[in-house]
Design a protein around this ligand. Structure first.
Ligand SMILES: Cc1ncc(C[n+]2csc(CCOP(=O)(O)OP(=O)(O)O)c2C)c(N)n1
Ligand SMILES: [Mg+2]
Length: 642
């Protein structure tokens, strides 16, 4: 039997509402509508269910909470403040100001207690599936890793396709500790959901294999009972909580006018009065503060107890310490193989030394070569397998990879064709913004795909992915650069890595010392000139071989020629200026070649060979030749550059 709710609980809810209203009013921007309607469910969750330690926000076995509807950020900040996180009243007063702990939308890099960046609707809930997978997997190895993952989501979250992709996967996988609270207020920015969202959401989630509950979200006891029932059900749960956006405001409640923007002094005063709050801005009643402090103390105690159950083995996992054996196991590959094949060899050489590396593909495992052989499938019946069948859901896959990575204790990768990175791109961007080391294995990285034709041939993708800040697009030239790429990806702590891998076989060109490979610097001289270079040829991936072949021709003609392999612009640009200048000195005529857009290449080269059109359907080598990706073209370009 749960303890009855009292007037104090109502006061807590209204204090949360008041803080959210004041934050938005002071910032003169933001979204108070959601906090006013969702405060009851958030209060019940934080005080009666969510396990956390605000003094140690990273406690490994905490429940994870994600405000998927990130526009309601003041709701989360108000709760974090009350719950004792390092988010002060002054921080609340600095809502949306430069370098504050309370940015416009939640960001994990800015605020203790914020698990991930939210705001791009749909992605918070989609990432929550990754958190739940990480927990479910780790629970099979360490039974004391045992927590729930909660998300509060909005109409917009559930309209976005990615939430359905992710929910479909979560239902299939029976992620029973995943609970979404749906702020079902029937309002979005443009009006009521009658405009565009009239399906039976409950029936849809039932069909996806979820446990669903429909409740009055303004009723504390109903919320409490629903969360209790959700925790007991072996399926993921969706609690459809009917709420009133802008609750308390006589003029705005229940309308889209309550969604965003400050209420203005007059409506603010009337709303606070209606909620029984004093007009004093950022008011926190003493007994509310005390109550939340007592809840926080329970969390500290729970953490202290749990900590006594942690074995050294689990501690290593918590610390993200991958050990050293996997590095020793990195293979050196002498053969001419596709870089996707080299990636498969690498994965399978190291995965048994990385017991918490999870991965899979969006229904292309046979093509992406992402399977960790013999290490089991992650399924509804077995949450202990390392291979995840993501299904044809690239966007949800990338969100799940990020969610697993954010959870900690596990690392994750997901694969598909590079051309379909477009489907996943919003999550790739978010990984870079959240500063997490997700790994994406995108194969079939050029028009070398061939017969499948232009719909399947990436052209602009390399350039476009390089444009994402803090995103490591790594396109290896051969097998050993691929191994080096995996090493970089696994050693990364704050940067996601995308391995862009070839379908077709590539000759071995690069050094064999994969534990100390120059590709880790992003760019390096792979073939030095016979004398002071008169021309430099720079390429990435499958085109580096053409630079090497062209060098032989040019050197034979008496033109000292250097070849530079540039698998990662990001890593290269993080090198000291002297190193970069030593590899690509200014003033030496330079030719680039890459089977993709030339748009950004003038940054490195004077003459740029690339593909600034869509590809063609024909055998891959024929398409490459037809579109000028040849050693002959490099020779000609080098002569024109001289
Ligand atoms: C992917 C994405 N598209 C658009 C937006 C802009 N946006 C912010 S909130 C919102 C919808 C608001 O409706 P709802 O999600 O129901 O939130 P509520 O108004 O109920 O707070 C939109 C379109 C966004 N944040 N993310
Ligand atoms: Mg809504």
């Amino acid at each position: 039997m749960s303890v009855a709710f009292t007037e104090l609980d109502n006061l807590c809810v209204n204090v949360i509402r008041g803080l959210s209203l004041d934050g938005v009013e002071k910032a003169k921007s933001g979204h108070a509508g959601l906090p006013l309607g969702a405060a009851p469910m958030a209060h019940v969750l934080f005080t009666r269910h969510l396990r956390f330690n605000s003094q140690d926000p990273k406690w490994f076995n905490r429940d994870r909470f994600i405000l998927s509807a990130g526009h309601g950020s003041m709701l989360q900040y108000s709760l974090l403040h009350l719950a004792g996180y390092d988010v002060s009243l002054d921080d609340l007063k600095n809502f949306r100001q430069l370098n504050s702990k309370t940015p416009g939308h939640p960001e994990n890099t800015h605020t203790p207690g914020v698990e991930m960046a939210t705001g791009p609707l749909g992605q918070g809930v989609a990432h929550s599936v990754g958190f739940a997978i990480a927990e479910a997997y780790l629970h099979t190895k360490f039974p004391n890793v045992d927590h729930h993952t909660y998300a509060i989501c909005s109409d917009g979250d559930l309209m976005e396709g990615v939430s359905n992709e992710a929910a479909s996967l979560a239902g299939h996988l029976k992620l029973g500790k995943l609970i979404w609270l749906y702020d079902d207020n029937g309002i979005t920015i443009d009006g009521t959901t009658a405009l565009s969202f009239t399906e039976d959401v409950e029936a849809r989630f039932n069909a996806l294999g979820w446990h669903t509950l429909k409740i009055d979200g303004m009723d504390l006891a109903a919320v409490d009972a629903a969360i209790t029932a959700a925790k007991a059900d072996p399926r993921p749960s969706l609690i459809l909580a009917k709420t009133v956006i802008g609750f308390g405001s006589p003029k705005l409640a229940g309308t889209n006018k309550a969604h965003s923007n400050p209420f203005g002094a007059e409506e603010l005063a009337i709303t606070k009065a209606a909620l029984g709050l004093p007009s004093e801005p950022f008011y926190v009643a003493e007994d509310v503060a005390e109550y939340y402090a007592s809840v926080a103390r329970q969390g500290e105690e729970a953490h202290a107890y749990w900590q006594t159950t942690v074995t050294p083995e689990l501690q290593q996992i918590i610390d993200g310490d991958l050990g050293s054996e996997w590095r020793q196991a990195l293979p050196s590959i002498e053969e001419k193989v596709a870089t996707r094949k080299a990636s498969e060899t690498t994965i399978n050489a190291i995965s048994s030394f990385l017991p918490t590396l999870l991965g899979g593909s969006a229904d292309l495992a046979e093509s992406n070569l992402t399977t960790q052989k013999g290490l089991g499938e992650f399924s509804a019946e077995n949450h202990g397998g390392k291979n995840i069948n993501f299904g044809v859901r690239e966007f949800a896959m990338a969100c799940v990879v990020n969610g697993i990575t954010l959870h900690g204790g596990a690392r994750a990768f997901g694969g598909s064709f590079l051309v379909f990175s477009d489907y996943a791109r919003p999550a790739l961007r978010l990984a870079a913004l959240m500063e997490i080391p997700s790994i994406y294995v995108f194969t079939h990285d050029s028009v070398g795909v061939g017969e499948d034709g232009p719909t399947h041939e990436p052209v602009e993708h390399l350039t476009s992915l390089r444009a994402i800040p803090n995103f490591n697009l790594f396109r290896p030239a051969d097998a050993n650069e691929t191994v080096a790429g995996w090493k970089v990806a696994l050693e990364s702590t704050h940067t996601p890595t995308l391995l862009a891998l070839s379908r077709q076989a590539l000759p071995p060109l690069s050094p064999t010392d994969v534990r100390n490979h120059p590709a880790e610097r992003g760019g390096y001289v792979i073939r030095e000139a016979s004398a002071d270079a008169k021309v430099i040829l720079v390429g990435t991936g499958s085109e580096v071989q053409h630079c090497v072949a062209a060098q032989t021709v040019l050197e034979a003609e008496g033109i000292p020629t250097r070849v530079v392999s540039l698998p990662s612009w990001l890593l290269f640009e993080r090198q000291p200026a002297e190193y970069r200048a030593s590899v690509l000195p200014k003033g030496v005529p330079t030719v680039s070649i890459e089977a993709g857009s030339t748009l950004a290449w003038p940054r490195y080269a004077h003459v740029n060979l690339g593909i600034d059109r869509f590809g063609l359907s024909a055998p891959g080598d024929v398409v490459m030749k037809e579109l000028g990706m040849t050693a002959d073209a490099v020779v000609a370009a080098a002569k024109s550059a001289l």
